[in-house]
Structures are given as C-alpha cells and as structure tokens.
Design a protein around this ligand. Structure first.
Ligand SMILES: [Mg+2]
Length: 113
C-alpha cells in the first residue's frame, strides 16, 4: 500500500461550522486520509472484470448488501488473524460498499422514496 502524505484539514470542513462539533484536528486529517485511501482502492478495483465506476447505479441494493456482508466477514477474518495490512484493506472494502449503499439510499430519498 502506497504511503501518502497527510494533508492538514480543518475538522470544520468535515463536520460543519458548529463550534460545538469541534473535534481534534487529527480527526479530520485521519478521516480525509481514510477517504482518499478508500477512493484509490475503489478506482483500482473498478477496472476489474464485471466492475463499474458507478456500482450504486449498476447493481441491486440486495447485491450490494450481500457484498457488504462478504467484505465484513473478510474484515472479521483478517481481525482474527491479527493481520494489520489485511484489516486495513478489508476495512476499506467495507467502507466502500457502505458508501455505494449510502449513494443508492440517498438517490432514492431524493427521488421521494
Ligand atoms: Mg475484501
């Protein structure tokens, strides 16, 4: 996994301008770095056979939930093996499938569902 330079990001960029929601700066930096890692993995994986750049449009909700559960099991297995690189990798897979499901739900919500 390629190591990236962490960019300082103000937490308010992630959590809004409400001062009561302020959190340590490293929280925003960590969230941003994780998001970038997830996006890079998504782009690498999207080139594979049977994959797309818009899975939230191209796969059923049931399929995405099924894949999320598979990735979650892979994360648990990696945790059981205490394999830190695999834990990081599978956590990104779980996050990405949660993201796809989020996008489907958001689109349905905005369409009035
Ligand atoms: Mg996986």
């Amino acid at each position: 996994m390629e190591k990236k330079e962490l960019k300082p990001v103000e937490p308010r960029e992630f959590f809004g301008k409400n001062e009561e929601l302020a959190c340590p700066v490293e929280c925003g930096v960590m969230a941003h770095a994780f998001m970038e890692e997830c996006l890079e993995k998504f782009k690498r994986r999207a080139k594979g056979e049977g994959r797309t750049l818009t899975p939230w449009k191209d796969f059923s909700t049931a399929h995405l939930f099924e894949r999320l559960l598979e990735e979650f099991q892979e994360l648990i297995d990696a945790g059981d093996e205490k394999d830190t690189l695999s834990i990081m990798d599978e956590a990104m897979d779980v996050a990405n499938f949660a993201w796809f499901i989020y996008e489907q739900a958001k689109a349905a919500h905005e369409a009035g569902a």
